[in-house]
Write a protein of this length. Sequence first.
Length: 423
Amino acid sequence: MKSALFGIYCIVILGLLIRAESNTLPLLEKDLSFQELPSPVHGATLTYELSSREARSPQSTYRGNANRSGLAISSGDHFNAFQLKWQVPQLNNGIHRASKSSPAVDDQGFYVADDTGFLRAYDWTGSLRWQFYSGVSSRGIHSTPLTDEDSVYVGDYAGHLYCLNKDTGAIRWITKTGVTIGSSPFMKDGVLYVGIELAKPDGYLLAVSARDGKWLWTSPLIGNHPHSSPALTLPHSLILMGSNTGAMQAYELDDGKARWSFTTGSDIKCAALIHGDRAYFSSWDGFIYAVKADTGALIWKTELDKGGSMSCPSINADGTVLAITGFMKNFVLETATGKIMWEKAIAGRTSRAQASPLIISYAHQETVVMLCENRKICVYDLKNARELQSLTLSGDFSGSPVYFKNQLFLATTGPDGLLVFTQ
């Protein structure tokens, strides 16, 4: 009897809850119909201990520089095998699958952001100097930090852009820019430029003062998320940035006004590479493109493996050769024509690779560092595709290798964490 009464009671309560939901749902839907704004709204910046330095210049930037070359110059004559120097275990243990942040490295040490929300600074002995915890997003930090003489800049997956004291990790300034920042900033003449994501989905390009975080300008809304990091073509005073709209768009450096747009067949996820008067970039439509940097006019396009590339291209020292990772293969191409010189499958790969290659130029040899298996990095001779060394990992690798003064940095997912190799 008691069981029957309890069952009837549960049914009545469930009916009342369903009725309440039915009555309030139309009101809820009406309340959630927000007005769509035609352009980004400039945000406020909270300032704390600002730097006294007026002039500032970048010391470490994603993909090596503002034109995102993916090229490192070594002081050595030829390639020598890498040896593990030290590691910082257990990085990137968050659940979000976006490409992970790459380390920022300069003469004062190295700075590692991960997808659990920490940004940590280490000295050149591998000792922890300080750590900063954003604590506002379960998806952590995927933007690669940028450093200058006395500050570190990074965006998190909750849309905050931070400037931290390089010596202590204390906040200099913070500004809320949007819903997410997945792109990595570059700096020119003391101004930071970074892509911002909004919820609709939408997004825009933002310029802020590096010293105090003051908003200088925003581009028009672009219509979808800019996971791609902005790149600078200085001779034309343009910033190029791709997005999930499938378009590579150019903006004026001074005010963010749109100059030109080149449309591909799918999302653009990684930064354009600018070299001379050309821009090179990949798309999820399966092609790599070369366009005129000042007009967006197509020069050539080359089909990679089907499934689309999430990789940024890299260029060699004399600008004649490109390296890029496709869906499940690596490619090396001629910059003049887009002709594929050689290609290699990523062994055991069943899903789209997310890592980007790095070209290292020695005095008498050039090499390319690439993901060659699910958990292995290979170093190839750029000219003849000969494998010179492989580095086995215990976790996944989805960022960009970083090379600084004959040392190689790999920020992996899981037990390996950050691996630092030396030659």
